[in-house]
Design a protein around this ligand. Sequence first.
Ligand SMILES: [Zn+2]
Length: 223
Amino acid sequence: MEVNFRLPLSTQAARQLSDLLNFELSRDWDENVIDIWKLPSNNRYFSSKKVYKALTQNVEEASPLFSWLWSSSNLGKHKFFFWLLLRDRLSTRNLLRRKNMHLDGYRCVLCSTGSKETSLHLFFGCTFSQACWNSISINWNLNLPPLDMVLEAKRQFGNAIFQEIVITGCWVTWTLRNSIIFYNRSCSLSLWRSRFKDELDLLCIKANKKRRIPLTVWRDSFL
Ligand SMILES: [Zn+2]
């Protein structure tokens, strides 16, 4: 079986692939035996319900990040952007490289460290991004797996508006990065903070009352 994935696999998918490869290698396949599909239950009649039940029996719970992401007050396109980020499906230079796309360079444009532009680096590990997050008192523990890192930062933040702040911050970083690559602009911490405040102003108007008040209080104390 040829294994040649260009997109990153989730931890669960990688484990399932490994199980499948081990299963395949541990068998002596007899070409004369006809393959049949068999459900775990003894009932010989097929139904889509039984298949669904069998397939979802041992499925791991999704990270809670995926439910709180959609409950945030951000615009739909910002939420979708952040969902892609959590799934590591954003078209960073590193991902484009894995898709065999030729680019002039594959390095991060926000810093001068020459690091590969992965999602993790661009939004969380980059010296520029870290300076931006530090300016609003958010720190990332890069030793943790990415989803756990976000959950840990959420716990430390201790405020229900964490998702709005993080989604907006990542969105601003992404638009700044795009303006450098596509329009040859420059970036600075003050520009990031200014764009971040503009986005947050809009969010304060859009959000419902429950979110608007803490968002406004937070914005006025940090920006
Ligand atoms: Zn960087």
